[in-house]
Design a protein. Structure first.
Length: 189
């Protein structure tokens, strides 16, 4: 029958509850030594795990250990994600890089196409508008109208906000020319 180690690796004191081999004093000293060693290696431009130079793509690892750390990190992330459940149904595992499972994500995307984009609004999108219900569409149009009037009063282009020399226009010369080119391209195609 084996017995657990009850004395420190370096002295006869009892081991710390935060360690399996060191007493509290030697645990702190070991951590400090590790930090100094990492700092010294970083200043010398050496990998944390070997004596190779640090990779240009990393701050602490050589090319070999950097790749190994990336693999370990990806594996850990995949394991973590595999155990996380969908935030909506809390039954199915969520999709890779999504917070929802496949079914809930499809429902979300379908609803997004027909429901107003204003946060908290559940009204259907008005067919004449692109993203909003009628009331929120009117609010957005009013905001846009007020912004254009303010920019016109300040003699600024409504697209690029640069100063306009002519009083009769709401677009600067560059934006007017771009708009003309877009119209020509649209009618030609």
């Amino acid at each position: 029958m084996e017995t657990a180690i009850i004395t420190c690796k370096h002295c006869s004191n009892s081991i710390s509850e935060n360690s399996t081999v060191f007493c509290e004093t030697h645990l702190i000293k070991n951590r400090e030594r590790g930090l100094k060693d990492r700092k010294r290696r970083k200043e010398a431009g050496l990998c944390r795990s070997c004596n190779e130079p640090i990779s240009p793509n990393s701050k602490t690892w050589c090319t070999t250990h950097h790749e190994k750390q990336n693999v370990l990190s990806r594996e850990h992330s995949e394991k973590t994600r595999a155990t996380e459940l969908c935030e909506d149904c809390l039954k199915e595992p969520r999709m890779l890089r999504k917070r929802k499972c496949v079914k809930c994500q499809e429902k979300f995307l379908a609803a997004k196409k027909v429901v107003c984009r204003r946060v908290g609004c559940e009204d259907l999108i008005d067919p004449t508008l692109k993203h909003f219900c009628r009331s929120h569409g009117d609010e957005e149009n009013e905001k846009l109208k007020q912004r254009r009037l303010r920019l016109k009063a300040e003699k600024k282009c409504i697209f690029c906000f640069n100063k306009i020399e002519e009083d009769s226009h709401i677009l600067c010369v560059d934006c007017r020319n771009k708009q003309k080119e877009q119209r020509k391209a649209a009618t030609a195609g």
